[in-house]
Design a protein around this ligand. Sequence first.
Ligand code: PEP
Ligand code: MG
Length: 590
Amino acid sequence: MKNNKNKNLILKGIAASSGIVIGRVFLLKNYDIAPIDNIRIPLSERSREVRRFHEAVVDTKLEMNETREKINKALGESYAKIADVHLFMLEDPIMIKDVTDKINKGISAEYAVYDFTRGIALSLEAEKDGYFKERAADIKEVSKRIIHNLISKKGKTISLEDVGKNSVVVAHNLTPADTVSMKEKFVLGFATDIGGKTSHTAIVANGLGIPAVVGLANISQSAETGDEIIIDGNKGLVILNPEKEILEKYKKEIKDFTVVKKELEKLKDLPASTIDGYSVEVFGNIENPNEAASVLSMGAAGIGLYRTEFIYFNRADLPDESDHFDACVKVVENMNGFPTVIRTADLGGDKLADLGLLKLEREKNPFMGLRAIRLCLKYPDLFIKQLRGILRASAKGKINLLYPMISNVDELREADKILQGVKEDLRKEKIPFDENIKRGIMIEVPCAAMISDILAKEVDFFSIGTNDLIQYSMAADRVNENVARLYDPLHPAILRFIKMIIDSGHNAGIKVAMCGEMAGDPFYTPILLGLGLDEFSVSLSQIPKIKKIVRSVKIEDMKEFARQILQCGDRDKIEEIVESINLSEDKTDV
Ligand code: PEP
Ligand code: MG
């Protein structure tokens, strides 16, 4: 054990992905949050330290100029100019002098930059005027980049590429950019300080079928790389450096769970049909083209959600048409003719790509801001590149197109107009694509749910995004553990919305799918069946569990049960009813 102070430390968080593992901590330090070590620099090394700082400033300037150029190319000079703010800050003589003075007093270059920034940012953030607060964010961004360059020159930046075997990744937060480069086969589980049930960490963990606990407040401060750790993703518990008895108890639970898992696997090729012969479809959610290879073998009838935004992360430039095309072809080629729902980029919110373009659109409230279809409509070139890639791939396999975060009919029509233009161009260029490609919309904001009857007449299918529908309906940030209690799929308002969306779809003769995390939680399967959901699109690891529930019930019973629930305004009573027919895990025969 590396960490003597935290023997048998039991932490309670939010259970974000089920399962139990025992492994060793891999601590992903985020230099943005965890203070950099304040190491004293001896007199003899101070001039070298000053040189290191100046070199890092030059490197940062080069990077920022490159970013500026990229933005210029993609969006034009008026957007590129915004990058100049950061370039001016880098050349600020006060910053250069202050940091140099600090280093000459024996402070390390990293800490000197951090200390300078902290002082300025705190005073700007205290100002009432939003302009000053914005500048505080700019200064932090610039300093983060300088510190990054200082650390990476020393070869000290740690990324998930460095993760060793049997690791449990512990971090303040895991962003999409962090997880993109992760060596998946070495990672047993995740534990993070922040996040909720539908945060990126939770979605990736579910996709990989590994346990995760989020919202642990300060595990990244308590754990050290190499500590022994148990992740109990069923109960939302993490135990650091467990004592012998606890370790033995968990080893036994893991053994028992392996038996259940084997039984579940037997279901994967059986249809998702109820005892009385009513069938639904179970599809898989993927985020990365590599995952497509396992979708069919997990027993899915296709892909119900391919989150394409991940192609934008961890790269130096914007993906071009051929990148989109290659990614989509890779996915559909694995599907042997089974359908793939490809969602156009849902950038923004917590999915900010590491691109100058998106960083520059810094917003106070990104989940309410320029996200998903809104961002694509603002930057049509970005959208067109992706649509061309997807449409070209539609000649190679069955693709359905899905627009995220549609709020009104106008947005849908605007997106369609761009789609029509792309189709026109491809025809002229004699490039093949599926002329009958279906397009659907995510119903994930309450205003879209309220007009779902109108929207249903304009599209080929709906996919309910409960992760967002719940956050926007409840005004509870999906990645904020402090309001996780409010993030409640059983709130009567959410159940009514789901019923309304399904009915609107059916009245217009279109299918209604659900691709939010609620669809993948077997606890909610009976109610969703009763409400009439046609398609469940879920993390690959959940497919057999959902099938198991579907195959153990009668549809008429579920409809009756949904009727009772919809009449009940009391949330706790609703939970009681759901519990009373809870069939998950050990209560059903396979
Ligand atoms: C949703 O909102 O439910 C959804 C599936 O999309 P995402 O989690 O990518 O926002
Ligand atoms: Mg969403």
